[in-house]
Design a protein around this ligand. Structure first.
Ligand code: NDP
Ligand code: MG
Ligand code: MG
Length: 340
């Protein structure tokens, strides 16, 4: 089993006399900065003028341009959307990244795929909470925390790991458990998980089930409930008790059907496809395609998104959710959760 660090294992003093620049005040940024501040860490926020800037000021932070914040800080946490990090890094962070400072990320993509290439005389590490920013903040306020990953890419000062642990502790990670990984492992498993299972695999499975029922003549509304809406209930059971806990709660008929049908849906061919997806991630093929897509202003991303949003399952779903205000209200804060 991997070693798990808890609060008692971590000396937060290494961070106490330092200034942390949190660059970005979105899902992760607002949570990190508020949790750090309440843990006694000196925080400044780096942004461009706009909505986030106003929000951070309202929340009582000193807000500076990214360059000014990077100049002032010893530890620079980059919490911009991953696609925009390389440009902001080059123009505003790198010029202020003097010897002995720390450059920190919450996801490994840009370092692992060489979109950000830091100088050798700085520490480079990762602190990645395993949850959306709103949960990182809410659990901290409740006296708990979200588990976090740390990884050291470059240890120029000899303190990189201690700093990573201290940072993770001060945002609440040490209350839930902190695991050490590498930039490579975090990046590749994160991309694989979201592509094969969480986002790509699940969306395709839901759509295929819905289409199968509708094409066989069943009502789209009924198909929506069976194939999409009820998924949450099943996932909640898995989250609480694993597959075993989920199977304990469903009927024996459902469990027997699970055993019989699962392997017919997800076959050896499906696993072969998953291995292909993993290989494209490992070789950098996926990353290259996504980087080029962004440089081209996202033509395929936008076209696919428009087409997907017009699918019958979305039209039916929009109408049904109108009639279920309890569902609509709750989804708002969760939208950002998919963005890691
Ligand atoms: P968000 O999209 O929620 O927030 C981005 C922030 O960056 C906003 O405050 C935005 O401000 C600001 N910003 C965007 N472009 C610029 C720019 N050019 N200059 C200055 N500020 C800018 O990002 P996330 O919090 O979702 O993601 C941040 C990092 O955390 C990513 O590396 C992501 O992979 C990682 N992560 C995210 C998780 C999540 O659940 N969301 C989970 C774990 C890691 P403005 O209002 O001006 O647009
Ligand atoms: Mg049923
Ligand atoms: Mg991700």
């Amino acid at each position: 089993m991997a070693k798990v660090f808890y609060n008692g294992d971590i000396n937060e003093a290494v961070l106490q006399d330092k200034t942390v620049a949190v660059v970005g005040y979105g899902s992760q940024g607002h949570a990190h900065s508020q949790n750090l501040r309440e843990s006694g860490v000196n925080v400044v926020i780096g942004l461009r003028p706009g909505k986030s800037w106003d929000k951070a000021e309202e929340d009582g932070f000193e807000v500076l341009t990214v360059r000014e914040a990077a100049a002032k800080a010893d530890v620079i946490m980059v919490l911009l959307p991953d696609e925009y990090q390389p440009t902001t890094y080059k123009n505003e962070i790198e010029p202020e990244l003097t010897e002995g400072k720390s450059l920190v990320f919450a996801h490994g993509f840009n370092i692992h795929f060489n979109q950000v290439v830091p100088p050798e005389n700085v520490d480079v590490f990762m602190v990645a909470p395993k949850g959306p920013g709103h949960i990182v903040r809410r659990t901290f306020e409740d006296g708990a925390g979200v588990p976090a990953l740390i990884a050291v890419y470059q240890d120029a000062t000899g303190n990189a790991k201690d700093l990573a642990l201290a940072y993770a502790k001060q945002i609440g990670g040490g209350r839930a458990g902190i695991l050490e990984t590498t930039f490579q492992e975090e990046t590749e498993t994160d991309l694989f998980g979201e592509q094969a299972v969480l986002c790509g695999g699940t969306s395709a499975l839901v759509k295929a089930g819905f289409e199968t029922l509708v094409e066989a003549g069943y009502q789209p509304e009924v198909a929506y409930f069976e194939c999409l809406h009820e998924l949450k209930l099943i996932v909640d059971l898995m989250y609480e008790g694993g597959l075993e806990g989920m199977r304990y709660s469903i009927s024996d008929t459902a469990q027997w059907g699970d055993f019989q049908a699962g392997p017919r849906v997800v076959t050896e061919d499906t696993k072969d496809a998953m291995r292909g997806i993993l290989s494209d991630i490992q070789t950098g093929k996926f990353a290259k395609g996504w980087i080029l897509e962004n440089q081209a202003n996202r033509p395929e991303f936008n076209a696919t998104n428009d087409r997907e949003n017009k699918h019958l399952i979305e039209e039916v779903g929009r109408e049904l959710r109108e009639m279920m205000p309890f569902v609509k209200g709750r989804s708002k804060g969760v939208v950002g959760s998919a963005k890691n």
